[in-house]
Design a binder for this molecule. Structure first.
Ligand SMILES: [Zn+2]
Length: 630
């Protein structure tokens, strides 16, 4: 057993590596800059976690996905491995503490967002760390040709100057050839070893169906294939509506989107994982860390916005190797409206300017301030306040996020504010009647002296820490006091968290980033074009279309996609048609028009088959343009 295998067994309890993992790990251990293209669920993280554990020192992992970083850090911690994440919203003294821990505390993994690498003093401290490996997750973000370009990723090449002898590992699930080359170039990789798992999935049948009645077709699919399934839609409302509809039709369905509370997310996902609910209707927020092997069908009821995302979402079908289906159901109006839906909601410079200013005003951030400030955010409330269109505003915030100006994370949060509405004497009496609640109440009063005069936002984590109670207990005490009219209590729910990564500079900021805006809009238009091409193309195998998109060539059709099945049916149909025509002409001669009328086959098919029969000398054409048997 190699040392890598021992580590795999010790921490993950797996006996063997999957597909290319071992080759990638060996390449990294030999000190090569390495690029690994592994599909989602291909065990990307093991490729850097195992070699990092084999060597002294710490592995830096750059990732744009805050939720994913938190998830991986907590998984490592559960295995007893020391890991931390440096993400937005942490104050400078805390960062210094964390980085000191990395240097002297024998930490093995430092997860960091690319935005954090923009800060010079953080870079200076990172320079001193005993780094053994640098892993760049979602490496396609480096390339402006990729589907998720983030300028902050370009800064990663600075690490290459600091650590010229340390191997770099770029990981991504999807990258076209052009993007791969760009990643290697932008990150200054030397003698790069590239490992690429084929994008082909032999057991997945890619299907595109056009119908006026999407729900009816979806139901037909589920009645034939009752196994676990995922339905992807683009908005939260559809998640709830379609899940309800499926339940009312007798299926078991649940739903998942970014606006659910953490506990709801967990509950809904568990119901699907245990198959109490066979179908989960979800937005693209659903996917991270999901590895359910027996998903039979993944249906997209709305158009995906790029092929990269589509491939990843569709790829959740059939992980167990059994035949499964990746289906897009569209109707003609989807294609007509695609332009309005995806393209007209892209922001231009003046809209970007407007949203950026309003956002700063909304949080009362003054010019030159705001860096590292974190706020709860509700998109709908924000849009309502300023009369902004929601989708276009969301796209603008996403652009600001990609550009590193803000970090937008879709996480459910509850904010609690309170004010005492009785006198301090009455509170003393209340405390003597409820002695168990006293430590929490006195803590609140000490921490928030102004709470008699003003509605005050409370930090439950802080109160719980100070009073030695759980957050749940603090919550209960607050609700009890509200019920007894001791306090006024306001509970607000927000479904996003915004962190400002830069100081407010209005024009300076906007001018700097707006040059990327045009490029991004162009990319999005091209990406949509690729999706439309995938859907509308009726002359090629769907699986081959996808493979070609990712730069793979193959000379054979998959045999199971909607195109391949259709072609097979057509050949069957033509044979049927041939024998129908022969039977018909046995009785008397007919014109082609009559044959079309009688057989009810398409004109083109009838003409085609008549031509074939003529060539095969089975029939002849008469002077009056009728056909008879030879
Ligand atoms: Zn095919």
């Amino acid at each position: 057993m190699s040392q890598a295998q021992k580590i795999l067994k010790q921490y993950w309890n797996y006996d063997a590596f999957r597909n290319l993992q071992e080759d990638i790990i060996n390449s990294v251990l030999s000190g090569n800059d390495t690029m690994a293209l592994l599909p989602t669920g291909g065990g990307k993280s093991i490729c850097f976690q195992v070699p990092a554990l084999m060597k002294d020192g710490i592995c830096i992992v750059v990732s744009p996905l805050i939720a994913l970083m938190k998830d991986q850090v907590s998984n490592l911690q559960k295995k007893g491995i020391k890991a931390i994440a440096l993400i937005g919203g942490i104050h400078n003294d805390e960062i210094i503490n964390l980085l000191d821990n990395c240097q002297f505390g024998n930490y093995k993994f430092l997860y960091i967002s690319p935005e954090r690498l923009q800060t010079d003093w953080i870079l200076e401290r990172i320079k001193n760390l005993p780094v053994n490996l640098i892993a760049i997750d979602e490496a396609h973000c480096v390339s402006q040709w990729g589907h998720d370009f983030r300028p902050a990723y370009l800064k990663i090449s600075v690490l290459k100057d600091f650590f010229p002898k340390i191997p770099f590992l770029a990981l991504t699930a999807t990258a076209t050839d052009k993007v791969q080359e760009d990643i290697i170039h932008q990150l200054n990789f030397k003698n790069t070893k590239i490992f690429k798992k084929s994008f082909a999935r032999e057991n997945v049948a890619y299907m595109v169906f056009k119908t006026e009645d999407k729900y009816h077709l979806m139901e037909q699919i589920f009645s034939k294939n009752p196994q676990p399934s995922i339905v992807y839609v683009t908005n939260r409302k559809s998640c709830v509506d379609i899940s309800n509809q499926l339940n009312s039709l007798g299926y078991t369905a649940t739903y998942y989107h970014g606006g659910l509370s953490i506990s709801d997310k967990e509950n809904h996902m568990n119901r699907w994982m245990n198959e109490d609910a066979k179908i989960i209707v979800a937005t693209n927020a659903f996917g991270m860390g999901i590895d359910k092997p027996n998903v039979k069908t993944v249906i997209h009821l709305h158009l995906p916005n790029n092929i990269e995302n589509y491939y990843q979402e569709a790829g959740r079908a059939g992980r167990n190797g059994e035949k499964s289906f990746a289906v897009i159901i569209t109707n003609p109006s989807d294609i007509i409206h695609a332009e309005t839906q995806f393209i007209t909601v892209l922001p231009d410079k003046s809209f970007l300017n407007l949203v950026y200013k309003k956002l700063n005003n909304y949080f009362q951030i003054a010019y030159g301030e705001g860096i590292d400030e974190q706020f709860q955010f509700n998109l709908n409330q924000f849009c309502q306040k300023y009369g902004l269109p929601a989708l276009r505003t969301f796209n603008t915030l996403q652009f600001l996020d990609r550009q590193g100006v803000i970090s937008l994370s879709q996480e459910f949060n509850e904010s609690i504010s309170a004010q005492f509405i009785i006198s301090s004497k009455e509170i003393l009496r209340y405390c003597s009647l409820n002695p168990n609640d006293e430590p929490i109440i006195t803590n609140i009063l000490r921490t928030y002296p102004g709470i008699y005069e003003l509605i005050t936002p409370l930090n439950l984590a802080l109160i719980s820490k100070k009073s030695g109670a759980t957050e749940d207990q603090v919550n209960k005490v607050l609700k009890k006091m509200k019920d007894r009219d001791v306090i006024e209590l306001i509970i607000r729910t927000n479904d996003s968290l915004i962190t400002f990564n830069e100081i407010r500079e209005d024009e300076l900021t906007i001018n700097r980033i707006s040059k990327h805006l045009e490029n991004q809009n162009k990319q999005k238009t091209e990406q949509l074009q690729a999706v439309l091409n995938y859907i509308q193309n009726e002359t090629q195998c769907k699986s081959r279309l996808l493979l070609n998109y990712f730069g793979e060539t193959t000379d054979s059709n998959c045999g199971i996609c909607s195109f391949c099945i259709n072609t097979k049916n057509k050949t069957v149909d033509k044979n049927t048609l041939k024998s129908r025509i022969i039977d018909l002409l046995k009785k008397e001669s007919y014109s082609s028009r009559d044959i079309i009328k009688i057989t009810r086959f398409a004109k083109d098919d009838v003409i085609f088959v008549l031509q074939e029969l003529l060539e095969e000398d089975k029939i002849t054409i008469n002077t009056n343009n009728t056909y008879s048997l030879l």
